[in-house]
Design a protein around this ligand. Structure first.
Ligand SMILES: Cc1cc2nc3c(=O)[nH]c(=O)nc-3n(C[C@H](O)[C@H](O)[C@H](O)COP(=O)(O)OP(=O)(O)OC[C@H]3O[C@@H](n4cnc5c(N)ncnc54)[C@H](O)[C@@H]3O)c2cc1C
Length: 320
């Protein structure tokens, strides 16, 4: 937690909910809203306050209030890379609503609101005869979350197609358009921090043939169905170390199928952890820590998580 940001503890959330709801007429403001169920793990606790932002005007007002009140904030996309602690998140979670899930295509420029699901953008681009984004059909996140993560797959990532993004900083209420080079996109990382909201994204793609792109997307989907499990997970748990694959290392350390309480390492893909229905985030975290410990003991390689953690008191690796 940033030390000078206000947590929920001691904060009068019912009053904040009432005041914020009055200031943000086009948004949904909920106190004590379940947060874990907004993640694909579907485990974990509640947020002090959740705002589903309904309009550009409300987004501006919310940024001003958050900056003025110095709230501790969390931006939630489609929750496909989040593990929320069972204790929940002591702060304000923000989710961009349907008004931010709109795409405009003016070939070869594609503009998408930050909440637009990647598979939707990928299919729209293919239908418009644009190539270079078919890989994204298999990544179940939002395009805003994909910029923060520099999501990628099948030999490409956001850095290959991103031209610029509209950013709002909830710590200062500043808004600006960042070029790709300003975002320092690297392997599953960017220069964006937890107070930054990616409100809109501009991609520049290349002309292609619709049927070619649709064939490619069918292959991507079929490959994923063969190699990746369904159920409650966040895709790859650990980043691949240079020159190796995290899944291979986890498998070699004998962790496939390993279980702690309600969490287990997938038998299909060793870099996926599955949470049982009604399971616990603490179990998922304990299993991640145990897998990393066994891999380091077996191969000497320290794995680093790709998953983002929310509300845990101790950072990954410092759990007892
Ligand atoms: C089955 C499965 C397969 C996956 N395969 C891949 C893959 O092939 N490649 C890959 O890269 N990832 C993969 N992922 C992980 C995940 O889909 C990506 O990391 C995705 O980019 C996360 O987007 P999200 O909207 O779900 O973000 P969230 O999980 O909601 O959040 C992730 C991070 O981004 C931040 N964030 C979210 N939205 C915004 C926004 N609008 N502005 C600023 N910050 C934001 C959050 O605060 C958090 O820090 C997979 C996940 C699953 C469940």
């Amino acid at each position: 937690m940033t030390p000078d940001r206000r947590p929920a503890a001691g904060h009068d959330w019912p009053v904040a909910v009432r005041e914020l709801a009055a200031e943000l007429p086009e948004s949904r403001v909920v106190g004590g809203a379940p947060l874990g169920t907004l993640s694909t793990y579907r485990v974990g606790g509640a947020a002090g306050l959740l705002v589903e932002v309904g309009s550009l005007a409300d987004r501006r007002r919310l940024a001003q209030v958050a900056a003025r009140e110095r709230w501790k904030v969390l931006v939630v996309g489609l929750g496909s890379n989040l593990l929320v602690a069972d204790a929940g998140f002591d702060g304000v979670a923000l989710r961009l609503g349907a008004a931010f899930a709109v795409t405009r295509i003016d070939s070869p420029v594609v503009t998408a609101g930050g909440a637009t699901p990647l598979p939707v953008v990928a299919r729209q681009c293919a239908a418009a005869g644009l190539g270079g984004f078919g890989w994204a059909v298999g990544v179940p996140g939002s395009i805003g979350g994909a910029v923060r993560m520099n999501a990628g797959g099948h030999g490409s990532d956001m850095s290959e197609v991103l031209h610029s993004a509209s950013i709002v900083d909830l710590a200062t209420a500043r808004e600006w358009r960042a070029g790709r080079e300003d975002l320092a996109l690297g392997y599953r990382q960017s220069a964006l921090t937890s107070s930054h909201v990616v409100a809109e994204v501009e991609l520049r793609l290349r002309p292609s043939r619709r049927d070619r792109e649709e064939d490619l997307m069918r292959e991507v989907v079929a490959w994923r169905r063969r190699h990746q499990p369904g159920g409650a997970n966040t895709g790859s748990v650990f980043m691949n170390p240079p020159g190796d694959s995290a899944g291979r290392l986890v498998d070699a350390a004998g962790c496939k199928g390993l279980r702690i309480g309600s969490a287990s390492v997938s038998a299909l893909h060793a870099n996926f952890i599955q949470a049982d229905v009604g399971g616990s985030a603490d179990d998922v975290m304990s299993l991640m820590v145990e897998v990393a410990r066994r891999v380091e003991a077996h191969s000497g390689v320290r794995l680093h998580p790709e998953t983002h953690f929310v509300g845990f008191e101790k950072p990954f690796g410092s759990q007892s």
